[in-house]
Design a protein around this ligand. Structure first.
Ligand code: NI
Length: 178
């Protein structure tokens, strides 16, 4: 296994529409999936799409509890409007976070490295990860999904601001003693 180099925003591979994987059972696809899993875990990511490691192919991996799952030639159906706002980061946009509205639930379908169909539904954070990774296969990075650029910034600044806000809000929340 190997840790792969991650493409950062600005590299054209991240803007490409990725190609379908011709043979999910090919040994080089198995190797790519294992290397992507190792790369994602090493970088503490929740998901990683092949274009992020300079392979413009339609596949991604994500964290499934302690394990890593892969989806090859995926299809995703949004089961609801994109009305759930939440913070996202991306291994290709290190150090930054942005607030993105996504559907709360999706249905997914694709193949594993044995060529078997994998399908199911995902909610909440996993649904968000799937929509984010699927976007990578179409050359879309999360900032272009954002509706409010005020909610985009460096993770450490956003964390500092949130802590400050909490400290200011705390006395008000406690209310005057009666
Ligand atoms: Ni990403």
């Amino acid at each position: 296994m190997a840790i792969l180099k991650i493409a950062r925003m600005g590299h054209p591979v991240l803007l490409q529409v990725a190609e379908p994987v011709p043979d999910p059972t090919a040994p080089e696809i198995g190797r790519l999936v294992r290397d992507m899993a190792e790369t994602m875990l090493d970088a503490s990511g929740l998901g990683l799409a092949a274009p992020q490691v300079h392979e413009p192919l339609r596949l991604f991996v994500w964290r499934n509890g302690e394990n890593v799952a892969a989806l090859i030639n995926p299809e995703i159906e949004l089961l609801g409007p994109p009305d759930q706002s939440g913070w996202e980061g991306c291994l290709s946009i290190p150090g930054l976070r942005g607030n993105v509205e996504r559907a709360g639930k999706v249905a997914f379908r694709g193949l594993d490295i044995e060529g078997r169909t994998v399908e199911g539904e995902a909610e909440g954070l996993l649904a968000r990860v799937m929509q984010h990774e699927f976007d990578h296969l179409n050359g879309i990075l999360y900032p272009s999904r954002m509706s409010d650029m005020a909610l985009f910034g460096f993770t450490d600044e956003l964390t500092r601001a949130a802590v400050r806000q909490q400290a200011e809000a705390a006395p008000a929340m406690a209310g005057p003693a009666r």
